[in-house]
Write a protein that binds this ligand. Structure first.
Ligand code: CA
Length: 432
């Protein structure tokens, strides 16, 4: 059964849903009062319970094997199965949830156990993350930040050859909704030569996509660029919380350390490569004079169709705005087409030295700012390092985040002739 833009689901709220229509079907791990954490699929305002569907006998053969892996309290085993198993399960889910499914009557009689209201469920980390790596492929962010730190030399010469990254901290990854505690650290006040210790004063967010790794490679092997997309299980939103004052003092010569490792928030739903397929795009051409990628990073098919067209949004909701009933204020609107390197190039580069990637490893793309005002994915860029204040509708101003501030990331894919799909939300409140 093919799923066109016209295909509807018997789960009514899915039809026209901003994030989770039938065409999306992202995977996540949820729990509900009385139920242990387990794998599920978002459909409209509901979560389809894979364990309950298995118990009711709705899957057979290869789809059953994939559903069993996806029904556990982490999606690592499911990611390990790879693209073919994921596609088999997706086909079966599309079939079951289609309004014309021959099984729809039987499914609806069991809806009470198969479907859980999303609002009554708690979401968990989708996978156990062995390693987390944060890239830096948003070229406008790299330029904007480079200008602040090094006005004469904003982009270092390696940037156009190497998909730059640093190894992040997996232990403090958390799922949307988890409060974020303001970190303590060393900072060097302006004009001083000796650092002081205390709470971060320049706390910031970074608008990024998260990339969930599928099967991966054995230690010593490299993932060829033509195979790299097979190792991407899906995407989520990612907020790389950043303590700018700590970062400015500690980052040379080895890069970010404690300024980033206190918390990184991800959205709970893994939007699969298959759901994103209608929103693929050619990699934007490099500006004239830029070098071509080295051969091991260059695949014509990846250049032709390896980029993604995902609209990204940052919103801010302060404690005062909440109290006044003022809606969250949009701070930025950007797009994943601002990536200088493709997801496949990130995967291949990461493994080219033989570094082992494992199912459930997570990449951050790096901050995905656009080139213009209104498209900046961090406060560092919006306020030019705190020089300019942002006016909020509550009458408040912000240069960096204050306690009680909530940052909300959203993303959606829109294209003529396609059903719009979204990523849900990636939220976090700052606690003092
Ligand atoms: Ca980052």
């Amino acid at each position: 059964m093919s799923t066109s833009a016209n295909t509807r689901s018997w789960v009514e709220s899915a039809n026209g849903h901003a994030d989770f229509p039938l065409q999306n079907l992202p995977f996540g791990v949820f729990s509900r009062s009385g139920l242990t954490p387990r794998g599920g699929v978002a459909i409209g305002d509901w979560i389809f319970d894979l364990q309950a569907a298995l118990e009711a006998g709705f899957f057979n053969g290869a789809a059953r094997t994939a559903a069993e892996a996806a029904s556990r309290d982490q999606l690592n085993d499911f990611f390990a199965l790879g693209a073919e198993a994921r596609q088999t399960l997706r086909r079966e889910l599309l079939h079951l949830l289609d309004e014309n499914s021959p099984q729809s009557a039987r499914l609806q009689t069991k809806a009470e156990v198969l479907l859980h209201p999303m609002g009554e469920c708690q979401m968990h980390m989708p996978a156990h993350v062995g390693d987390y790596t944060d890239f830096y492929v948003g070229i406008h962010h790299a330029m904007n930040v480079g200008k602040l730190f090094r006005p004469d030399n904003p982009l270092l010469p390696n940037y156009k050859y190497v998909p730059i990254a640093y190894h992040g901290r997996a232990s403090t990854l958390c799922v949307s909704g988890t409060p974020v505690k303001r970190p303590n650290g060393q900072t060097l006040p302006p004009g001083q030569e000796v650092p002081q210790f205390g709470p971060c004063k320049r706390l910031d967010y970074e608008l990024e996509m998260g990339v969930w790794i599928g099967p991966g490679n054995a230690s010593g092997d490299a993932i060829d660029i033509v195979d790299a997309s097979q190792h991407i299980a899906g995407l989520c939103l990612l907020n790389d919380w950043s303590a700018r004052d700590i970062q400015a003092w500690e980052y040379q010569p080895l890069g970010p350390f404690l300024s980033k490792s206190f918390a990184t928030t991800v959205s709970p739903w893994v939007v699969t490569a298959e759901a994103l397929a209608p929103f693929r795009s050619a990699q934007p051409p490099r500006p004239a004079g830029d070098p071509q990628p080295l051969t091991y990073l260059l695949d014509p098919a990846d250049q032709h169709n390896g980029a993604l067209d995902v609209e990204l949004e940052v919103l801010l909701l302060t404690r005062q705005m909440k109290a006044q009933g003022v809606p969250a204020e949009r701070l930025a609107l950007s797009n994943t087409l601002n990536m200088y390197w493709t997801l496949a190039q990130m995967v291949t580069h990461h493994s080219v030295n033989g570094c082992k990637l494992q199912p459930g490893d997570l990449f951050g793309t790096g901050t995905l700012s656009g080139p213009q005002t209104g498209q900046f994915g961090s406060l560092l860029e919006m306020t030019e390092g705190g020089k300019h204040a942002i006016q909020l509708p509550s009458g408040e101003v912000r240069r960096f985040l204050e306690d009680g501030d909530e940052v909300i990331l959203k993303a959606r894919c829109k294209r003529e002739g396609q059903v719009t799909i979204g990523f849900g939300e990636c939220r976090g409140v700052i606690e003092g």
